[in-house]
Write a protein that binds this ligand. Structure first.
Ligand code: CA
Length: 713
């Protein structure tokens, strides 16, 4: 211990000498190391890792801003990003400098007290990657270690930046870029390594996590979440467990072609108590258990919490929350490390509320389930058997066995998604963003794997889902959709209080030592609640929808609350009834303090009229275009409502001009902006059918607008 402390002192001395000898004597940036991160709670003015500390509780002990003075919380500064897509990152602040990623995997650094931009970095992600990103071109944050800032990019790179200048130090390609992988999650730094996962389970990839040397980018270890399809070694840390066990939990099916998914795209937590990494793993691919695995096997290690040795990546334990998943129930959702007193015994636990609607308390040493209760409306399972740890699945939920069409809740949007939840040690409550969004599933019976970029490989079909032309169904779905902020007691496994947001989507949460819980809304409000009762105590109205989680820090004695604004993500693009967002958004970081005096300029744009192409189209063209548009909805929105993140095709002049439309749709004229050309799969006749369909939708909008019944439709 003494030697360690001396070593640290010597290290600081050397660092001080280096900084004195440097030209200009510039202050050191992001000088984060193991000892600082392990004791991060001793530096409450900083937020040095994704969830605040290694426990990832999204909790700040700072209490200057509290329930007695919250009325005086005002905007201190803001800064605009150069992108119009969803913003999901939680910024870091280290020693007075804020680092954040934005959509398109860009990174910005600011003076955290003044908002002065220090540098920005653009990894120049090729726009064509948008084809293979399911849920918006987002990024959820950066990591800091020893003077460097790390970001994962949409095209699968992990990049180390000089924290002082934003210049690239090293870059590694972490994926096979010929396959539809992407990265949206935040890297985590621990013990001289940086770990990153990936996404792509909707398209067909094999998920894994990789740890790299933080200084050099050299690969340290990799763990594949699904087995090698030939049960051969990959030369990875996962070989042994998969060849002995994992492989035999899969039946015959399409997983052998698709890779089986399981991508770890959000929670990857370093647990210093047991020197392990706990990974939340993604859904399998294809979604249908029948198509994927012949309705056979649990399919390890998808939809699980998976613990790995932090030094070697070797398997420690797993707890699978949705064995034989049929419903896109990823378990990548944020994981909080805690210690709870359960039945009089202190237990080191992981708290987890994945998509499937159950709140899990899991022992971090053994991986054994302690308790599980549903926190949302759930109709796929009646509960979880505590002894076996397995869900009790309703027969009708197994659509691949019944041959039926199952309207599930939760659906693929999840009862809880990526939105950070928070845990306050003062109230012992978890603050959890909950959403109830149903979705229909039926096995499509004739699944055929389509390799490459841009092709969805889900293996399902259902008449119950909202289609672009299916107005009555959309209304039914809208009626059933709710968002809540729930305060959850993880010991009692029971709700303490709940705020019903009505039909409004979820957003990330921050809890503070000032007994406050902060959460944004998709219609641009930033709201504070009392942590003990849920009483709303403060609300601020901005212009951009807020879905990211907030964070808090202090500089020179002033406490700040920061949050990214910019509506986006799967809810914004795929759920047709989120129509509350303001138009013409631009991503921003908003920073508040007591008595702040900044004013936010209105960045909204006028709502455009519908633009109906003057051409004469046949009903056959419209119908064909409607079918083809099914491939466009993931970016251009169900019902063509995109919340203005991407152009609303019904309001765009382009579809009125055949040549311009073909330049974009077939030849890729807007490829750099994320609209790839589809000339290889679509013919000029298809393009005309799409124009016909867009014109028909624009006509509906025109009528609605005339009737003044659809301002944001
Ligand atoms: Ca998924």
């Amino acid at each position: 211990m003494k030697a360690k402390m001396l070593g640290r002192a010597a290290g600081l001395f050397v660092a001080a000498m280096l900084s004195l000898s440097a030209a200009g004597g510039a202050a050191e940036h992001a000088k984060v190391d193991a000892s600082r991160l392990l004791k991060a709670e001793k530096e409450p003015h900083n937020w040095m890792t994704h969830g605040g500390t290694y426990a990832e509780a999204h909790y700040s002990p700072l209490a200057q801003i509290n329930t007695t003075n919250i009325a005086n919380l005002k905007l201190a500064w803001y800064a605009d990003f150069d992108t119009n897509r969803g913003q999901q990152a939680t910024p870091l602040v280290v020693d007075g400098v804020m680092y954040t990623s934005t959509s398109w995997s860009k990174v910005y650094a600011y003076d955290a007290a003044t908002g002065k931009e220090l540098w920005r970095f653009d990894p120049k992600v090729p726009g064509t990657i948008a084809k293979s990103v399911c849920c918006d071109l987002v990024n959820r944050g950066v990591a800091a270690w020893n003077g460097k800032i790390y970001v994962g990019t949409l095209d699968g790179r992990l990049i180390a930046l000089d924290a002082a200048t934003g210049k690239e130090v090293w870059s590694v390609v972490t994926v096979d870029q010929s396959k539809p992988y992407s990265i949206t999650g935040a890297p985590r730094a621990f013990k001289g390594k940086v770990i990153i996962g990936n996404s792509g389970s909707e398209y067909g990839v094999r998920g894994y996590v990789t740890a790299y040397d933080a200084e050099t980018g050299k690969l340290a270890w990799r763990f594949y979440i699904t087995p090698n399809p030939d049960n051969k070694p990959d030369g990875a840390a996962s070989d042994k467990i998969h060849m002995e066990k994992g492989y035999f939990t899969w039946g015959d099916g399409a997983w052998k072609q698709t890779g089986g998914g399981g991508t770890a795209w959000d929670a990857i937590v370093y647990d210093p108590d047991f020197d392990q990494i706990i990974v939340g793993t993604g859904n399998p691919n294809p979604w249908s258990w029948k198509a994927r695995s012949g309705n056979q096997g649990d399919n390890l290690f998808v939809a699980s919490m998976l613990a790995l040795d932090a030094n070697t990546g070797e398997y420690r334990w797993h707890y699978q929350q949705t064995p034989g998943d049929d419903w896109d129930y990823t378990s990548v959702q944020p994981i909080i490390l805690s210690e709870l007193s359960i039945n009089g015994t202190k237990r080191k636990v992981a708290l987890h509320a994945p998509k499937n609607g159950f709140f899990y308390v899991v022992d971090r040493k053994s991986g054994k389930l302690i308790s599980a209760e549903q926190f949302a409306t759930v109709n796929w399972a009646s509960g979880v058997n505590i002894e076996s740890g397995r869900p009790v699945v309703y027969e009708q939920a197994r659509y691949g066995i019944t041959g039926g069409d199952f309207l599930a809740i939760p659906g693929p949007f999840g009862a809880h998604n990526w939105h950070p939840m928070a845990y306050s040690p003062k109230t012992n409550l978890v603050y959890l963003p909950v959403q109830n969004i149903p979705f229909g599933y039926a096995d499509d019976g004739s699944f055929k794997y389509q390799p490459g970029h841009g092709a969805w490989n889900l293996g399902i079909t259902s008449k119950q889902n909202a289609g672009p032309q299916d107005e009555p169904e959309r209304k039914i779905q809208a009626m059933r959709t709710e968002g809540h902020l729930v305060a959850w007691d993880p010991v009692r496994q029971a709700e303490a209080w709940r705020v019903n947001h009505g039909g409004v989507a979820s957003a990330g949460v921050l809890a503070t030592g000032g007994d406050l819980v902060f959460q944004g809304t998709p219609d641009g409000r930033f709201v504070a609640y009392r942590a003990d009762t849920g009483q709303k105590v403060w609300s601020w109205q901005g212009f951009d929808g807020i879905v990211a989680g907030a964070m808090s820090y202090a500089v020179k004695g002033d406490q700040y609350i920061a949050v990214l604004a910019g509506f986006g993500g799967s809810n914004a693009l795929h759920v047709p009834f989120f129509m509350n967002a303001k138009v013409g958004k631009n991503g921003r970081v908003l920073v508040f303090k007591l008595g702040g005096s900044a004013t936010l300029p209105d960045n909204t744009k006028p709502v455009l009229e519908a633009m109906v192409a003057p051409d004469k189209f046949t009903d056959e063209q419209v119908a064909k275009g409607g079918q083809l548009f099914g491939n466009c909805v993931f970016c251009h929105g169900f019902g063509m409502n995109t919340n203005n993140m991407v152009p609303d095709l019904r309001r765009s002049p382009i579809p009125s001009n055949r040549a311009a439309f073909e330049e974009i749709v077939l030849k890729g004229a807007l490829e750099s902006k994320g609209m790839p050309g589809w000339g290889k799969t679509l013919s000029p006749e298809d393009s005309e059918a799409l124009r016909a369909y867009i014109a028909s939708r624009a006509r509906v909008l025109q009528k609605d607008l005339a009737a003044e019944k659809a301002v944001m439709r």
